[in-house]
Design a protein around this ligand. Sequence first.
Ligand SMILES: [Zn+2]
Ligand SMILES: [Zn+2]
Length: 133
Amino acid sequence: MKSLKCPKCGGTLEAIMYEGIEVDRCCQCKGIWFDSSEAENLKKLKGSEKIDIGHLNTENLTETETLDTNIPCPRCGISMIKMFDLDKHPIWYETCPQCQGIWFDAGEFKKFKDNFSQPKLLSKAIRVFGLRK
Ligand SMILES: [Zn+2]
Ligand SMILES: [Zn+2]
């Protein structure tokens, strides 16, 4: 399998497995690439935030990136769309309009996951997985 390049820093993405779900993490900036439904699946898994080993560097973000920055999809090479999530933690992430993949900078997946840990939204997960907040 051809290794993907990080859309942000050009580093190599290495495949990591968590509970049978494969994601690609940049060996340099620790950003994480999820293919289409992987982020949704992982979000529901207890402890999956462990794959997000980096820390969100907000200073770096504002210096090197603006809303107009085009981040190419590591798979398709086309510009991804910026998504905002302001539920609990303000984060932005990129999603590819073609393959539906999602890119999270280091530290963002943890927050993304946390955004969906609200009691109302978690009620289904509690029934299915026995998770407790
Ligand atoms: Zn990178
Ligand atoms: Zn794509």
